[in-house]
Design a protein around this ligand. Structure first.
Ligand SMILES: *Cc1c(COP(=O)(O)O)cnc(C)c1O
Length: 410
């Protein structure tokens, strides 16, 4: 008998600390241990049901991997066309950095301009499927914007709280989406406490803070599936990821391991590199101490707002991903990442976000230390578009009088 097909082969959830199983078909937050829950699939049935060729024939969105995503009914999919972002060669920057094969996966092209749309698409879809009426979250900006807009698309309410110095554009996105938006005089952790208290009072609301529900991670893991598919079902040598809450790097690690088990890729896993800013580098500090978990980073501050996370709930999973793949963790200064942002735009025509630029700034030091060699195939995740961060570039063009003259060229 042919194996029965299903839109999703989600089987259960698993505590990321103890391995304890949880029912995936009721609303869940974190495990009894307070740890993130990981979605598990019946990968044997996925392997029997779908091939890499089947996937290649599907529409270019992240839903092409629906068998390994948690949404059970295709009619519950909430989409704005996210996924299958370009994997672009960066030859000029690569030459300068001494890396022959440098690629950038450009998440600036997804709806809302950051990869947060992936987590929001899958998270909101699954929440709607499980009957959630409203989603609530603290955010540094981009996640809130994405969840507010996808919630609107799903006909769902959203409650978003962000630090008052979060990017204005992300506040505008929440507001225009009809979210209940609050600005908080504090950091993301302070916003989190307020949201947590409010959510407990509200029937039908789910708290969807980073890794406090299992499905945002599933959306973000699709970056890993796409990298392999776009390389012809092959893995690169190194992947660099700008790490805040760590969902992206944990997700990519999870995707790579699922694909190995599915037999869709083989060989060694790429070395995963967690890149942070020196103004907020708890993961780097933990890595340098050989620790399994991070300690809260005091006085966190960087222009790379999306990676300002002083203590991540999933820090141990980020460190696992780095240690297990022989990767590393590295911090760069705001000055260096802004320089990399400008160089990349001038050399390659790509105006990227400061978080993504942190990864480019890390390439030089990683080449020098020998962690990356000239022949390595290196993929950098650019997690968002520079257009969302206009304040990172100071415009200093000369102002001409209207009857003035453009200076001649010697
Ligand atoms: C949120 C965010 C990050 C960090 O993402 P995590 O997966 O939570 O580590 C990086 N870049 C941008 C632009 C972001 O918005």
């Amino acid at each position: 008998m042919a194996p029965s097909s299903a839109y999703s082969f989600l089987s259960h959830l698993e505590c990321s600390r103890t391995g304890e199983r949880y029912d995936a078909d009721v609303l869940q937050g974190v495990s009894a241990e307070g740890a993130p829950l990981l979605a598990r699939y019946d990968l044997d049935r996925v392997r029997e049901t779908v091939t890499r060729e089947d996937i290649a024939a599907r529409a270019p969105t992240l839903w092409r991997y629906h068998e390994v995503l948690p949404v059970r009914g295709e009619d519950h999919v909430v989409t704005l066309g996210e996924g299958m972002t370009p994997l672009l060669p960066m030859p000029a920057y690569g030459r300068r950095a001494g890396i022959e094969r440098l690629l950038m996966k450009d998440e600036g092209l997804v709806p809302t301009g950051t990869f947060k749309a992936r987590g929001a698409a899958v998270g909101v879809s699954r929440a709607a499927e499980l009957g959630v009426k409203g989603v609530a979250m603290p955010t540094n900006g981009n996640a809130g914007a994405a969840w507010a807009l996808y919630a609107a698309r799903a006909g769902m309410e959203s409650l978003i709280a962000m630090p008052e110095d979060a990017p204005r554009i992300t506040m505008a996105e929440c507001q225009v989406a009809g979210a209940e938006l609050y600005r908080v005089d504090g950091l993301i952790g302070d916003a989190g406490k307020l949201v947590n208290a409010a959510t407990r009072e509200r029937a039908g609301y789910q708290e969807v803070s980073t890794l406090k529900e299992p499905y945002r991670l599933e959306g973000k893991k699709t970056m890993g599936y796409e990298i392999a598919e776009q390389l012809g079902w092959r893995m690169p040598d190194v992947i660099l990821y700008p790490t805040g809450g760590g969902v992206g790097i944990i997700g990519i690690h999870k995707a790579l391991r699922e694909m190995l088990e599915l037999g869709w890729v083989d060989g060694e896993l790429p070395r995963l590199v967690a890149v942070q800013a020196t103004g907020c580098a708890p993961i780097v500090e933990a890595f340098e101490n050989g620790a399994r978990e991070s300690t809260p980073f005091p006085g966190a501050r960087t222009v790379a707002f999306g990676i300002t996370v002083p203590k991540a709930l999933g820090d141990f999973l980020v460190l696992d991903a780095v240690y297990a793949t022989g990767g590393t963790a590295i911090a760069v200064t705001d000055e260096d990442l802004l320089k990399a942002q400008a160089e990349l735009a001038a050399l390659e025509g790509a105006f990227i976000c400061p978080e993504g630029a942190a990864c480019f700034a890390a390439l030089g030091p990683l080449r020098e230390s020998g962690h990356i060699t000239a022949g390595d195939e290196v993929v950098v995740l650019n997690t968002g578009t520079g257009v969302k961060y206009p304040e990172t570039v100071r415009v200093d063009a000369p102002l001409l009088a209207k009857d003035g003259q453009i200076p001649g060229r010697g």
